[in-house]
Ligand binder design. Structure first.
Ligand SMILES: NC(=O)C1=CN([C@@H]2O[C@H](COP(=O)(O)OP(=O)(O)OC[C@H]3O[C@@H](n4cnc5c(N)ncnc54)[C@H](OP(=O)(O)O)[C@@H]3O)[C@@H](O)[C@H]2O)C=CC1
Ligand SMILES: O=CC(=O)O
Length: 324
């Protein structure tokens, strides 16, 4: 008899078929109040789960006594309590690498849009308000030859550093718990403490995971350490920034602008003050959202679940090494 798995995000039909070759698949379009009882029922004999964008914690896991693997269609895994999963002997799989370049492109999109005020200017043109040559009040700032400060020099941070160094001639500073000799050599990146990085960078880019240590890392005090001309880019997780403090800093000119793909609460409420600020570019968490990359992530996650439940986990596991 096939093992049963809960699929809680829509994936391309050919990938669902690949799953179905190995498992009995019970599909749910997300996990929400309306279908929670049915999900819990399906979890009662499930060996695996695969999906994204939903916290999967003890309130669900307590109903899944046979669960052995969860495959998240994301690289970030802050929706999970890894030590609880490990205690339950559930392996957590994720999708690093396949989304690195696309997410770095999104970070650079935010850098360009905020620096050149592309959204404001495009909205002005669309509104039919472009009636004469623009004046200095509408100018942006250069990106090339500036200093970028990258918080979290992992996969995505390094891909951002490559674009900054090779494409824009930028000086690269970074803050990371361990040195990254490869980026130091390849992109002349310099590792620094957080405070000097914040004091020097024209662009501060967050590419860190959300953890207890990084929660609200960028608070009012750290925003005040940034240059008034500096731009904050968050392509990682909203909760790494104190959003109320950021709104204040953007309103009172502590920093120039912010480019945000992620927010404390998602979807960002339509009445958020952030949306009223002209110096904010807000995207709906689209870091990896291209057809190619989302397909590759789903394929990676499907293969991860198959390996975790039928083979030997060698890569893409968050806690596999703790379970051997
Ligand atoms: N907006 C979007 O759609 C997307 C957002 N993301 C987010 O981006 C994050 C980063 O992804 P990725 O680059 O693949 O992950 P990596 O693990 O490769 O990089 C994270 C880096 O941050 C460092 N780091 C972690 N904690 C700290 C800390 N407390 N202090 C200093 N450095 C720290 C890590 O160092 P070390 O390894 O030495 O601990 C590592 O170098 C993901 O966790 C996810 O949340 C990812 C993809 C898309
Ligand atoms: O936010 C996206 C991810 O893959 O993590």
């Amino acid at each position: 008899m096939k093992q049963s798995v809960v699929l809680y995000k829509k994936i391309p039909p050919d990938l669902q078929q690949r799953l179905e070759q190995h498992f009995e698949v019970r599909f749910f379009d997300g996990i929400k109040a309306e279908n929670r009882e049915q999900v819990i029922h399906a979890l009662s004999d499930a060996a695996g789960m695969i999906g994204a964008s939903v916290p999967v914690r003890a309130d669900l896991l307590d109903h899944a006594p046979h669960l052995r693997a969860i495959s998240t269609i994301s690289v970030g895994y802050d929706q999970f309590d890894v030590s609880d999963l490990t205690q339950r002997r559930i392996v957590l799989m994720h999708t690093p690498t396949v989304l690195t370049e696309t997410t770095a492109d999104t970070v650079f999109t935010l850098i360009m849009m905020t620096a050149r005020r592309a959204l404001e200017m495009a909205e002005m043109v669309k509104a039919g308000k472009w009636q004469r040559s623009i004046g200095s009040e509408s100018y942006g700032v250069d990106v090339h030859d500036k200093t970028i400060g990258i918080l979290g020099m992992g996969r995505i941070g390094a891909a951002v550093a490559r674009r900054a160094h090779a494409g824009f001639g930028m000086k690269v500073l970074y803050w990371n718990d361990m040195p990254n000799p490869r980026v130091e050599q390849a992109y002349a990146a310099q590792r620094c403490e957080l405070e000097p990085l914040l004091e020097q960078a024209d662009f501060v880019c967050i590419t860190l995971p959300l953890t207890d240590q990084t929660y609200r890392l960028i608070n009012a005090q750290r925003l005040a350490q940034m240059r008034p001309e500096a731009i904050l880019i968050n392509g990682a997780r909203g909760k790494i920034v104190d959003q109320a403090a950021l709104i204040e800093a953007l309103k009172n000119g502590t920093i120039r602008a912010a480019g945000l793909d992620v927010f404390e609460v998602e979807p960002l409420p339509a009445d958020s003050e952030l949306l009223k600020l002209p110096n904010v570019v807000a995207l709906p968490h689209i870091g990896s959202a291209t057809h190619e990359t989302r397909y590759n992530m789903a394929a990676c996650a499907v293969d991860n679940l198959i390996t975790a439940l039928t083979g030997e986990v060698r890569e893409n596991s968050v806690n596999g090494h703790l379970l051997r």
